[in-house]
Design a binder for this molecule. Structure first.
Ligand code: BMA
Length: 312
């Protein structure tokens, strides 16, 4: 922690909260979890689990307070099914969960990794007991996608990260049926030169609706002499026209600092895919993959974040 900066997110002092050695079956690493609150108020994390083949599938961890005493389901929740979905022959990764009240379903946007590259696939579940895969909805090369929790206008809306002429930026697309996505528009671009988010950016967690706009947490990557550094920034999108970015932080607000974030399978990575907003409508638990190896949580206040953003 650097005392000269205001820290918006504070790490839980018993991080990492989840690691491979806690799993009831063999996994090599656990990271980049999607997150949601269940109807009973418990926290559910859908964790990416990489095995010793190097391929990923998704498994569930649950906790009453979202911080400790995690119980891990005895078998994976979602596995790659290459016979049915060839796009996921090299695994499924980085889920983002949005609860859609209108459908009474949790929608899971995840990365299918296949021979033509990463693509965006969707699955639905009512209760995390079983799920239904809808298949690939955005062709390679595309990833880092999440759906907004309600229709805007009369359409479903998704943020995602296609690679477009070597540019990895955040785009928006619209759909009437969740399967066909169109009217793609650029929302947030990587910055240039020495900036912390100059190499590539991608959506982190699904958007949160606030009075001041849709709050998004995104990851930005800088290329350095010793490799990439994955850090986190914030942006606000217009409530009615979410293709318009009304605010974007200049500074990153969270970065690899602790040993478990700096060292692991991929060094210097913090990679959030999920958060929960607690019943007080203020406390945020931000869940992130640390060095592609374990899972950390950091706590913030929505009110403080919006106050801080207002003054940027
Ligand atoms: C990104 C994704 C993430 C991963 C990160 C750092 O491109 O593949 O799953 O955490 O790289 O390796």
């Amino acid at each position: 922690m650097n005392p000269n900066y205001l820290e918006l997110f504070l790490r839980y002092n018993r991080n990492p909260i989840l690691k491979a050695s806690m799993w009831p079956y063999p996994v090599h690493t656990v990271f980049n979890p999607g997150a949601t609150l269940l109807k009973n108020g418990n926290t559910l994390l859908l964790c990416r689990m990489e095995d010793r083949k190097g391929l990923s599938q998704l498994g569930i961890a649950r906790s009453e307070n979202g911080l400790d005493l995690w119980s891990i389901d005895p078998s994976p929740f979602m596995t790659a099914e290459p016979e049915i979905h060839p796009a996921e022959c090299w695994g499924i990764e980085d889920p983002r969960i949005t609860y859609i009240k209108e459908l009474n379903q949790y929608l899971i946007c995840y990365v299918s990794y296949g021979k033509t590259g990463p693509s965006v696939s969707l699955a639905m579940t009512e209760n995390f007991e079983q799920q239904r895969k809808l298949g690939m909805v955005l062709k390679p090369n595309d990833k880092d996608a999440a759906i907004f929790p309600r229709k805007i206008g009369d359409k479903w809306v998704m943020l995602h990260r296609p690679i477009d002429q070597n540019n990895a930026n955040i785009w928006i697309s619209y759909s009437e049926d969740l399967m066909h996505w169109r009217d793609r528009k650029l929302v947030l671009g990587r910055r240039k030169g020495g900036w912390w988010d100059a190499e590539k950016i991608g959506l982190g967690t699904p958007p949160i609706e606030t009075k001041e706009g849709w709050l998004i947490i995104y990851h930005g990557v800088k290329k350095t002499a010793s490799g990439y550094i994955y850090r986190i920034g914030l942006a606000l999108l217009d409530l009615d026209y979410p293709d318009i970015c009304i605010k974007r932080t200049n500074d990153w607000i969270f970065a690899p600092e602790t040993d478990y974030e700096r060292f692991g399978d991929v060094k210097d990575v913090v990679f959030p895919c999920g958060l929960t907003l607690l019943a007080d409508n203020d406390t945020i638990h931000l869940y992130y993959g640390a060095a592609d190896t374990s899972i950390g949580v950091a706590t913030g206040s929505l009110r403080n974040i919006l106050d801080w953003l207002r003054n940027q």
